[in-house]
Design a protein around this ligand. Structure first.
Ligand code: URA
Length: 301
């Protein structure tokens, strides 16, 4: 997948051709006295574009100017976004656009910078939550237990949680109203990696990692760990880190129990490219533009 993305980026910059490395300053920029204020963001603001090099993107009536969309999505200041556009690093629906005034629809069009998709729509929300133990991974609970919605409070958007953690498991849960992204992140087909820290009873034999990465038979089929390492040993308790691409119920607890090391505490520390980091229990944070771009890339969006 990574190789394919890299190839895609190379193809895209090749498609940018001669225009790709050229900045507005370097091209046929009309002479403009330094003291004269820039008439910024005009629709025909396509300095440096040779006739015939202009993209075929049709401006969206009442659309938003491309540099404004980029800046609002957190890519950078408007000035630095203009530089990215001028350098041929911005694509709209697969086409490099080097006009500052291009008007786009951030809710419908796919915009990429250096091949990485940006969260362009202002309506889309992407959050990381550190779920504490004793919270149900649901928006409501008919038994009256604490749920995710108790942690995120009243919000105008309808957020989906990406996958679930057990009632007693802690750690990272992603929340978004981007339905397609949420669906793909949770779908086994995309095999998004999830990393857990597990406190288990020790001592842990040397071959535990080999056994887990070779495959453990569970009642609903074999499960294979993608990575395993011992992080710390403290008396009879051992802290291990395990990465799986599985979303099956209780899968980490079941595989470690089957291997003879029942879990006493489980924390999810990473989902795909997103890290729990130092997020406090019960706290949420917005994902960065780069993190959202990496999530899109992880599921081929
Ligand atoms: N595996 C588990 O055993 N529990 C979780 O909550 C997640 C993965």
């Amino acid at each position: 997948m990574r190789e394919r993305n890299r190839q895609g980026q190379q193809d895209r910059s090749r498609r940018g051709g001669r225009a790709a490395g050229k900045t507005p300053q370097a091209g046929r920029q009309p002479a403009r006295p330094a003291t004269q204020p820039r008439r910024d963001y005009e629709d025909d603001d396509d300095w440096g574009i040779e006739p015939g090099e202009r993209d075929s993107l049709v401006d969206v009536p009442d659309g938003v100017r491309l540099q404004k969309v980029l800046a609002a999505a957190g890519v950078g200041s408007r000035r630095s976004c203009e530089e990215l556009i001028g350098a041929g690093r911005v694509e709209v629906d697969g086409e490099i656009v080097r006009r500052f005034g291009a008007r786009v629809d951030p809710d419908r069009q796919v915009i990429r910078v250096d091949g990485k998709r940006i969260p362009a729509s202002a309506d889309l929300v992407y959050l990381a939550l550190n779920k504490p133990p004793g919270v149900v991974s649901a928006m409501s609970d008919d038994r009256g237990r604490r749920t995710i919605s108790d942690l995120i409070g009243d919000r105008s958007e309808r957020l989906f949680h990406v996958g679930r953690l057990d009632f007693d498991t802690e750690g990272l849960i992603l929340l978004t109203n981007d339905g397609e992204l949420a669906h793909r992140l949770a779908h086994p087909r995309y095999g998004v990696l999830k990393t857990y820290l597990a406190e288990v009873s020790g001592p842990v034999p040397k071959d535990l990692g080999r056994r887990l990465t070779t495959g453990v038979e569970l009642e609903d089929g074999t499960v294979v760990a993608d990575r395993f390492r011992v992080v710390d040993r403290a008396g009879s308790r051992v802290l291990v880190e395990l990465t799986v691409h599985e979303g099956r119920k209780h899968v980490v607890r079941r595989m470690l129990a089957k291997a003879g090391h029942p879990v006493s505490r489980l924390v999810r520390t990473q989902v795909g490219p997103v890290n729990l980091g130092s997020l406090r229990p019960a706290a949420t944070r917005r994902l960065t533009t780069a993190e959202v771009g990496d999530l899109y890339a992880a599921v081929g969006m």
